[in-house]
Design a protein around this ligand. Structure first.
Ligand code: FES
Ligand SMILES: [Fe+2]
Length: 443
């Protein structure tokens, strides 16, 4: 089912993302990006898990659209993602050959006396989910299908204003922590000098970060860092969070033009998410755009991955410790947030709590011991200093900056220092506030 959904500018006729209950954000009732379209293979079923539901994404050549269906054959539940696309453009189950159209209707049962007729029973259909393509991303709507066309797709509005003026680096990766943990991390500008010391940050540049929330409601919030990165030498940085899974920082400076850091956090299942990071630039000079356009995508992917590795071990443990202390519900007791640097973190957690927006909430148990016993996220027993092998293409491996642990422990010989890529490749995450906090010029 392909929906020509409206852009994210809300009108009075639209349904708000998260459903119509003003007190609750229903996570199913929203559009989520699942792949960059350029990474999808039209000749094969593509697999993705969204909010715990296994899906198959496949190109329906009969209707010229991307279909998303449940990854369970209605016959005996074999995964359709292991099947194939037939010459007629059907999704064929690998087990007994039942074949489905893009809208989920079963077109063929080879074992039926007349296997040429579409099967009328609803029980022969596979569940189909609405899809749409915006700004190069395939979005899926996991909620009530009839709502999908009226719910805004979370796009990056500034990119619509003058699409040809932007140069954009894109990357994505599956990460071993929750989408909310990722959002909390990327909204937090103040971690960059320490966490990303010698990759895109510098401890020496840590300073007060006075963040201000300007407006907030069920649909998200806007915020401002009036001083901005690099101790005010670049200008104000604006931040926007569009619930449930999109945020960006937006900075315009004389030195570098306009730079944005855009992050989509798509929940896969509890403890796992897919990050889509986009780095749109409008440089004041033409040279950086020229180099970025020349950079092969796999090359910049390596650079972006290594910066994600800087945070990974912290976030993996942090979310488990928070869960043991009661999760988002009790973030004020679990975290101590005395400075304005954490204003966006607090706002995100307040949004989660006010609108019951955690898709995987911690069980409500009174006693700490009970909460501990109820913990559902296991700690990793494998090294987390490198990203796990991802499911996405291009598969860039895990070429990291080196031994994160040595860096964490403060060794001056941290191999994080030997950033082997041209600075232009690392440009993306610098925008996170960074451009910057390293104090070094981007180019
Ligand atoms: S399980 Fe799919 S055809 Fe039998
Ligand atoms: Fe980070």
């Amino acid at each position: 089912m392909l929906i020509d959904a409206p852009a994210s500018v809300q009108t009075s006729n639209e349904l708000p993302a998260g459903g119509s209950d003003p007190d609750r954000f229903a996570c199913q009732e929203a559009w989520y990006p699942v792949f960059y379209v350029e990474d999808l293979d039209k000749t094969k079923p593509n697999k993705f898990t969204l909010l715990g539901q296994d899906l198959v994404l496949w190109w329906d050549a009969q209707s010229n659209w991307w279909s998303a269906v449940a990854d369970q054959c209605p016959h005996r539940l074999a995964p359709l993602s292991e099947g194939r696309i037939t010459a007629e453009g059907l999704l064929e189950c690998p087990y007994h050959g039942w074949a489905f159209r893009g809208d989920g209707v079963c077109d063929r049962i080879p074992q039926a006396p007349d296997d040429t007729k579409p099967q009328e029973s609803k029980r022969a259909c596979v569940q189909s989910l609405p899809t749409t393509v915006r700004q190069g991303l395939l979005f899926v709507y996991p909620g009530e299908a009839e709502n999908a066309a009226n719910v805004a797709v979370p796009i990056v509005e500034p990119l619509e204003e003058s699409p040809n003026d932007w140069v954009c680096l894109n990357t994505f990766r599956d990460l071993p922590y929750d989408a909310l943990t990722l959002l909390e991390n990327v909204l937090d500008a103040s971690h960059v000098p320490f966490t990303h010391h010698r990759s895109v940050g510098n401890r020496a540049n840590a300073a007060p970060v006075e963040l201000e929330v300007l407006a907030a409601d069920k649909q998200g919030f806007t915020g401002l860092w009036a001083e901005g990165p690099r101790k005010g030498t670049l200008g104000q940085q604006h931040t926007r969070f569009i619930a449930p899974g999109l945020m960006w920082h937006d900075l315009t400076s004389k030195q570098f033009g306009r730079t944005m850091t855009v992050v989509y956090a798509t929940p896969i299942r509890k403890g796992e998410c897919r990050v889509f990071a986009r780095f749109p630039f409008q440089f004041s000079s033409k040279l950086p755009a020229f180099f970025i356009k020349l950079t092969p995508r796999w090359y910049s992917h390596i650079g972006q991955n290594s910066i994600l590795e800087d945070d990974q071990i912290f976030l993996h443990y942090q979310e488990r410790y928070l869960e043991a202390k009661g999760g988002s519900d009790r973030f004020n007791q679990a975290f101590y947030l005395p400075t304005k640097a954490d204003a966006f973190v607090s706002q995100l957690r307040q949004w989660v709590n006010q609108f019951a927006a955690d898709p995987f909430p911690v069980k409500r148990c009174r006693a700490t011991a009970e909460r501990s016993a109820a913990r559902s996220l296991p700690f990793a027993h494998r090294p987390l200093h490198k990203l796990p092998s991802g499911t996405g293409k291009p598969e860039a491996g895990t070429a990291g900056l080196g031994d994160r642990r040595r860096n964490f422990l403060g060794s001056s010989s941290a191999s994080g220092a030997s950033f082997p890529l041209p600075a232009v490749v690392a440009t993306g995450w610098r925008g996170l506030v960074g451009i910057g906090q390293s104090g070094a010029a981007i180019l």
